[in-house]
Design a protein around this ligand. Structure first.
Ligand code: DAK
Length: 257
């Protein structure tokens, strides 16, 4: 499939998506969101792909939703828009998604990064939710995911007063997995994705689902879901193979079954 606003490529077992509207600092218009979801779903369906990486340019991962596209929208347009469906579709992807960020990660761009399972940040990354400057608030989960990640006090400052977060600060708050030089952040993200892609695919999928439950439920219910997903791993051939390989002192051969 060919796209206008993104580039896609498979590297090893990793599906790489590069947001490609450099003149607009990768502002997320409807076309970008539609193409991004299509590419993620394509990689989701491809058995050779075990994990995905979303990146942008060195100057900007994404400077937010496209303000020029949004300016003339009504409340009803926003309510009905397929724009919202796109964000929901990203949450349905079962394979791990890593954001490789650099430069501006703002508004919807920050929400997109937060929607990913992990973030590898280039050292110039600046996270922010500057919607307040436009007379709006975050609308794609920013108030919820950011608050869970950095706590109420800092989230309030970021959302109410356009406080930017440096890559180092983001690391200190556990928002990102690591901070890497601008030359190496994409390679680092790809290496992390490849390493995960080489592991037992069903267990990776169930592990992602279980961790995400921590944000959806209380501890007792979350632990219950984890237990059930754990039980499910015992129905896989990979579980038998993994344990046999350990005992026989050889590398496991994962089949995703
Ligand atoms: N939208 C459209 N164009 C943008 C843009 C954006 N968000 N950000 C940058 N651009 C464009 C600029 O207009 C400029 O285009 P030309 O004027 O050259 O045609 C070009 O990119 C370069 O930008 P600058 O000249 O401004 O570059 P600077 O280096 O001087 O400044 C900057 C970089 C990132 C600080 C600045 O561009 C900036 O402040 N950008 C706006 C950031 C922003 O406010 N972002 C939040 C947007 S609101 C929802 C889902 C998502 C959302 C809401 C709802 N639902 C599911 C319901 C999300 C909302 C948002 O993200």
């Amino acid at each position: 499939m060919s796209y206008e606003t993104i580039l896609t490529e498979i590297k090893g077992n990793v599906g790489l998506i590069t947001l490609n509207r450099p003149k607009a600092l990768n502002a997320l218009n409807s076309r970008v969101m539609t193409e991004l979801v299509a590419a993620l779903q394509q990689f989701e369906a491809d058995e050779a792909v075990g994990a995905m990486v979303i990146t942008g340019s060195v100057k900007a991962f994404a400077a937010g939703a496209d303000i020029k596209e949004m300016r003339d929208k009504t409340a009803v347009d926003m309510l009905k828009g397929s724009f919202v469906d796109a964000w929901d579709s990203i949450m349905q992807i079962s394979k791990p998604i890593i954001a490789a960020t650099s430069g501006w990660v703002l508004g919807g761009g920050c929400e997109l990064a937060l929607l990913c399972d992990m973030i590898v940040a280039g050292e110039t990354t600046k996270f922010g939710q500057p919607e307040i400057n436009l007379g709006i608030i975050p609308g794609a989960g920013g108030t919820q995911r950011l608050t869970r990640a950095v706590g109420k006090a800092l989230a309030m400052e970021i959302i109410l007063n356009d406080r930017k977060l440096s890559a180092k600060e983001a690391l200190a708050f556990g928002l990102v997995n690591c901070v890497v030089s601008v030359e190496h952040y994409l390679d680092e993200a790809l290496a992390l994705a490849q390493s995960i892609a080489e592991r037992a695919p069903v267990a990776v999928r169930l592990g992602k689902e279980a961790v995400n439950q921590a944000f959806e439920t209380g501890l007792t219910q979350g632990a219950y879901v984890e237990r059930r997903l754990f039980h499910l791993t015992f129905a896989t051939e990979d579980r038998t193979e993994g344990m046999s390989a350990f005992i026989e002192k050889r590398p496991a051969q994962w089949r995703g079954k």
